[in-house]
Design a binder for this molecule. Sequence first.
Ligand SMILES: NC(=O)c1ccc[n+]([C@@H]2O[C@H](COP(=O)([O-])OP(=O)(O)OC[C@H]3O[C@@H](n4cnc5c(N)ncnc54)[C@H](OP(=O)(O)O)[C@@H]3O)[C@@H](O)[C@H]2O)c1
Length: 264
Amino acid sequence: MELGLKGKVALVPASSKGIGRGVAKVLAAEGCKVVVSSRDQDSISKARDTVVKETGNKDVYSVKADLAVKADVDRLVDQATSKFGTIDILAYNTGPPKPGTFADLTDVDWEQGVKLLLMSAVWLTKQVVPQMVQKKWGRLIYITSSALRQPVPNLVLSNTVRLSLAGLSKSLSLEYGSKGITSNGIMQGHILTDRQRQVAKDISSRSGKSVDEAMKQMLQDVPAGRYGLPEEVGYLVAFLASEKASYINGTMLSIDGGLMRSVF
Ligand SMILES: NC(=O)c1ccc[n+]([C@@H]2O[C@H](COP(=O)([O-])OP(=O)(O)OC[C@H]3O[C@@H](n4cnc5c(N)ncnc54)[C@H](OP(=O)(O)O)[C@@H]3O)[C@@H](O)[C@H]2O)c1
């Protein structure tokens, strides 16, 4: 199936590794011009080079930006727009929040969590939507977490703040659906990245199990019996970004190997 993404400009923040880099790779392979970003110049430049090498697409541009800092987010969009002229696709991804239970987290942690998991999406969306309205075409895709449907132990910030992205995405689908823009979200389960290894280490330190055992334990509830791959999230993003998905609007899609048991 031809997705028709050649030449579209995609912004994929938080993409020096893990899910973001997997998404950037798939979009670059589909012929998009891709902007990648993270807080560390060296890592994001290396990620850019890796994506170019893996896909043969040289239209990949890296920007250093901390998504929890508004000035960085504004600069990210400015630089992306200067480089490629416009942004057609926002494949929103962000860094993992601080882990912890309710008792562990301070007010400062909550404020930082809200900036990282919610305000970054608001800031980015505010910047890219006017361009999309002008072109009468745009794709807003919010990569969130299965935590929207089922809280994850020891990740209270994620369980709480990320839910707001479902409200944001749905509201945007209503407000901009008639303007050629779709807004959808993705709720991924266990995807094999450094973040999953960090969660496994955390379980290991609290339970006395080895990290390998903790990694296996996390798969117990996954009917597919394996971790998902960052590129598999990328394939879903690519489809949602395509013209073929223009009638998919205002929905949150799971990609979790069957982890969630609820029927809807
Ligand atoms: N992996 C999973 O199974 C899973 C499941 C559900 C939800 N999630 C969520 O999905 C997102 C991506 O997860 P992942 O597994 O790909 O994580 P990862 O492998 O740890 O990668 C995180 C990426 O985000 C960047 N980043 C971190 N903080 C940032 C910030 N403040 N500003 C800009 N970039 C930042 C990192 O680069 P720098 O450190 O260089 O900034 C890195 O490129 C996270 O929000 C995670 O919580 C993951």
